[in-house]
Design a binder for this molecule. Structure first.
Ligand code: ADE
Ligand code: ZN
Length: 337
């Protein structure tokens, strides 16, 4: 449509991208060969990168995707691998007109297979520095806790020296909560979020992706998040919708992800128009672009435009809301406006 050049040009902020979700089948196979990682032999999808691309088109749920996501990241071993992964994301982000991004990582998923936190962090930091100097993209790092593991595991991870130091130094500015949602309500993770609050960390959590609107409420009430990742199911609770609008909670919506993981049949089924009408602030994001048809942020903007035919003014308002809801400095926000 005529608005496409505007979507490209707008200074976009991305708030919901798992760096591990930027691992393309091509890079996955290259690193598996380099690191001599044996991919599953009992799943024909792992026969070739093309086989994975095909399999990724058939996810039937969040958990079906997560199965592949955790196998995929097993090819990441040294700091250079993590740098390669993040740099791949940043180059796509630059091509799509991202000005600032706040990226997730899953430390427990790496520490659980014997990779040191510092290895993960140093690779990502290297790529972030390069993205700022070569691409002009500013970024922040958010460490997510895995909700399918025991809450005590999240606390123990938080308490590790290297992790605490990365928070204290501002290398990692916030915490999140991801992985399998449904049987694991946010309130299970109150202790680690309270610790994050004491350290002055920013807080967000995945909620209302597959799980019910009630998970959004308990994330707000018990984890004191100022952002909700996905959150699309708040539309099922009018009072909560109003609260999210009144409290200026930013929802980091991931339209193409929701279609790939069967949360909705099509992007048109998402409550984008209802969010705009209710004054709910949201950003539009890619989530795990390498797993969802190689659709990075701009493809998500375009899919929303195809489905909702928004005006230029509405797009500018979405981008301004995304800047407001970012966790960068006030100075950087002013540059972005
Ligand atoms: N980990 C990576 N992507 C995720 C998603 N969309 N929901 C929950 N956990 C995730
Ligand atoms: Zn996510």
């Amino acid at each position: 449509s005529g608005i496409h050049p505007l979507l490209q040009r707008l200074p976009k902020c991305e708030h919901h991208i798992h760096l591990e979700g930027a691992l393309t089948p091509q890079v996955l196979f290259t690193l598996a060969a380099k690191n001599r990682i044996e991919l599953p032999t009992d799943d024909p999808a792992f026969a070739s990168p093309e086989g994975l691309v095909e399999r990724y088109r058939e996810f039937d749920s969040l958990d079906d995707f997560l199965h592949y996501y955790y196998i995929g990241m097993s090819v990441l071993l040294d700091a250079g691998d993590f740098e390669t992964l993040a740099w791949d994301y940043f180059t796509h982000a630059a091509a799509d007109g991202v000005a600032h991004c706040e990226v997730f990582m899953d430390p427990q998923a790496h520490m659980g297979r014997g990779i040191g936190y510092d290895v993960v962090l140093s690779g990502f930091q290297q790529a972030r520095k390069r993205a700022e100097s070569e691409l002009g993209i500013t970024s922040e790092l958010i460490a997510c806790f895995l909700r399918h593991l025991p809450p005590a595991d999240a606390v123990a991870t938080f308490e590790q020296d290297a992790v605490r130091e990365s928070f204290a130094a501002g290398h990692v500015i916030g915490i999140g909560l991801d992985s399998s949602e449904k049987p694991f309500p946010p309130e299970l993770f109150q202790v680690v979020y309270q610790k994050g609050g004491f350290m002055g960390l920013k807080r967000t959590a995945h909620a209302g992706e597959e799980g019910p609107a009630a998970y959004v409420r308990t994330a707000l009430d018990t984890l004191h998040v100022d952002r909700i990742d996905h959150g699309v199911r708040v539309i099922e609770d009018d009072a909560l919708l109003k609260r999210v609008a009144d409290e200026n909670i930013l929802l980091s919506v991931c339209p193409i992800s929701n279609v790939f993981l069967k949360g909705v049949q099509s992007v048109a089924d998402l409550p984008i128009r209802k969010f705009i009408d209710a004054g709910v602030r949201f950003s539009i994001n890619s989530d795990d672009p390498a797993y969802f048809g190689n659709n990075y942020i701009l493809a998500n903007y375009c899919a929303v435009q195809e489905a909702f035919n928004l005006t230029a003014a509405e797009w500018v308002a979405i981008c301004e809301g995304s800047i407001h809801g970012s966790w960068c400095s006030q100075k950087r926000k002013e540059e972005l406006f």
